[in-house]
Design a protein around this ligand. Structure first.
Ligand SMILES: [Zn+2]
Length: 343
């Protein structure tokens, strides 16, 4: 980041109604949407979740996204704008030279444009694919849950996002963040025929996608590659949404996969996070240490899950965590959460 984490956190901590009321008139968490023409309000805000959604045009996001859209700003410009209007002093990071700083900003902003473009593309593709929506419904995701987790669908095809990415001159960054690949001089979409699960950093910004295969494609899950925006050892899936619950429950539950986190959350257990498709390492555990000293490991009951549990247990004990493990026999947390929440 070019602006300090501290500044971004202070901007993120502002209440969404405070930020939005500079631009629109809010009454009882409702307003007339600034993004489409209307006389009766269909624009709602959820203060607790720091989230807005228009039921007329479908626009949604957090306070920063709102300011970006309404003022046509980049993420960093929006942070600066909000900070100024709320008397938050903006701290900038030091760079070797002005050129270096500009280059870094351009790269970061391009990555965000690509991720947001792909995200919108995948979400639209899911909205227009009844078969895929049925597939997700069977896994416990109705329209509201799809919206809440912002799931999407990367259709089969080699150039769904690639054509636009190339036309926009985004190739280099798109390739670096692993969304457009190249083989034998052909550029193509990395994600095909998969459910896309956006991964957010703790500021609520998309930094990559997890992707689950439909059917028997291997591997079953794809995770973002390591790149300048995404480092797996510093990310826990679901942490942006679990932080408050972890503090409240004084415990974090660690599960293995994206769907374990989402299904448990959907069933009302919100203090749940997962490493994104890799063994949980010490850095990730240290990330949790900021919020709690107690973790519960709830990995799959298979041999691989048990082996990972033992490894994780050792790391956690070394770091001084109070540790509990839940031994599952034949089901994973995703299945359990869905079964028991239906009763
Ligand atoms: Zn609207």
């Amino acid at each position: 980041m070019i602006i300090s984490e501290n500044t971004i956190e202070r901007v993120r901590a502002l209440s969404i109604d405070d930020v939005l009321s500079t631009y629109i008139t809010i009454k009882k968490n409702e307003a007339c949407c600034p993004f489409h023409n209307e006389k009766t309000p269909s624009f709602r805000i959820n203060i607790k979740k720091n989230y807005y959604k228009c039921f007329g045009c479908g626009k949604s996001g957090d306070a920063i996204r709102f300011v970006q859209e309404v003022r046509k700003l980049t993420f960093l410009e929006a942070i600066e704008t909000i900070a100024k209007s709320h008397n938050i002093q903006v701290e900038y990071l030091e760079f070797g030279s002005e050129e270096e700083r500009k280059e870094k900003i351009t790269k970061l902003e391009t990555a965000k444009l690509i991720l947001n473009y792909a995200h919108d593309y995948y979400r639209n593709a899911l909205a227009n694919n009844p078969a895929m929506k049925t597939y997700l419904l069977e896994r416990g995701f109705d329209d509201d849950k799809i919206e809440e987790w912002q799931l999407g669908f990367a259709p089969n095809g080699w150039k769904n996002i690639t054509t636009h990415v190339i036309n926009q001159n985004w190739y280099t960054v798109a390739n670096e963040i692993g969304l457009v690949l190249t083989s034998k001089d052909q550029n193509y979409d990395a994600l095909r025929n998969r459910i896309t699960i956006p991964i957010f950093d703790k500021h609520g910004q998309i930094i990559g996608f997890g992707a689950r295969a439909i059917g028997d494609d291997k591997p079953k899950y794809l995770n973002p590659n390591e790149n300048f925006l995404y480092s797996k050892s510093t990310i826990l899936f679901g942490l942006d949404r679990a932080m408050e619950a972890i503090k409240k429950e004084k415990c974090a539950i660690l599960v293995e996969g994206y769907f374990d986190v989402m299904s448990m959350h959907n069933a009302g257990v919100e203090n749940v996070v997962a490493p994104c498709g890799t063994a949980c390492d010490e850095k990730q555990l240290q990330l949790l240490k900021r919020y709690t000293d107690t973790i519960t490991i709830m990995y799959d009951g298979d041999t691989a899950g048990q082996a990972s549990t033992t490894k994780l247990l050792n790391k956690a004990l070394k770091l001084g965590f109070n540790t509990l493990t839940v031994e599952l026999t034949d089901k994973d947390p995703d299945q359990l959460a869905r079964e028991y929440s239906n009763q």
